[in-house]
Ligand binder design. Structure first.
Ligand SMILES: CC(C)(COP(=O)(O)OP(=O)(O)OC[C@H]1O[C@@H](n2cnc3c(N)ncnc32)[C@H](O)[C@@H]1OP(=O)(O)O)[C@@H](O)C(=O)NCCC(=O)NCCS
Length: 171
């Protein structure tokens, strides 16, 4: 089955930025970012399970000059891509790198046959919601009390993917 590595050469970028599939040995770096990004971070075992047992899952890392500075993942179910997580290391935020990462995730999803992408986001996470709106996501509903740490509601968002060109839209 085609995967992200078949896109890797095309995704290599100027300035030392690289997107590639997540590997098991990346997990300690991912966990460090996960802990600074989320109040209820995933465990190493959760990522191991995603990479080894979940055939619906695709995870990518974003590297800058060899350092992992972000990651994103999704489950591909039929023609739908369900985003599970996206995060950029704290000191690299606000430099359009989250936008690059989401663009690559959308390209990969389209390349693998998805026509729509969905995610949940905390209703208070205005930074992420702003990012998502730039990439065509629109609100479609609320999951009440979805986040167990503070009982916060989740906003459900959907975006149509451009399967024709499968290219980013936020340059
Ligand atoms: C959400 C996240 C991935 C964005 O990454 P980033 O690299 O900081 O974002 P970018 O610099 O690419 O900015 C993309 C857009 O996000 C929004 N954004 C970024 N920083 C923002 C800020 N401080 N305030 C408001 N909006 C902001 C803007 O819409 C921005 O577009 P613009 O630069 O054209 O205004 C990052 O903040 C993060 O890892 N947050 C913690 C984890 C998280 O919340 N993940 C999402 C879970 S659903």
């Amino acid at each position: 089955m085609a995967d992200f590595d078949s896109l890797q050469e095309r995704s290599e970028d100027d300035g030392g930025l690289l997107f590639r599939s997540m590997k098991l040995e990346d997990i300690p770096s991912i966990i460090a970012i996960e802990h600074e990004a989320f109040t209820s971070p995933w465990t190493s075992d959760a990522f191991i399970n995603e990479l080894t047992n979940n055939h619906f899952a695709r995870y990518m890392v974003m590297q800058l000059n060899g350092e992992i500075i972000g990651y994103a993942g999704m489950w591909l179910i039929m023609d739908e891509a369900h985003v599970t997580n996206i995060a950029v290391s704290g000191s690299f935020r606000g430099r359009k790198l989250g936008a690059r990462l989401l663009s690559e995730l959308q390209k990969l999803a389209a390349f693998l046959g998805a026509s729509r992408m969905t995610l949940e986001v905390r209703v208070t996470n205005e930074v992420a919601q702003s990012l998502y709106r730039k990439f065509g996501f629109e609100p479609s509903g609320i999951r009440p009390g979805y986040y167990s740490d503070n009982n916060e509601d989740a906003l459900i968002m959907w975006a149509e993917l451009d399967r024709g060109e499968a290219k980013g839209r936020a340059q």
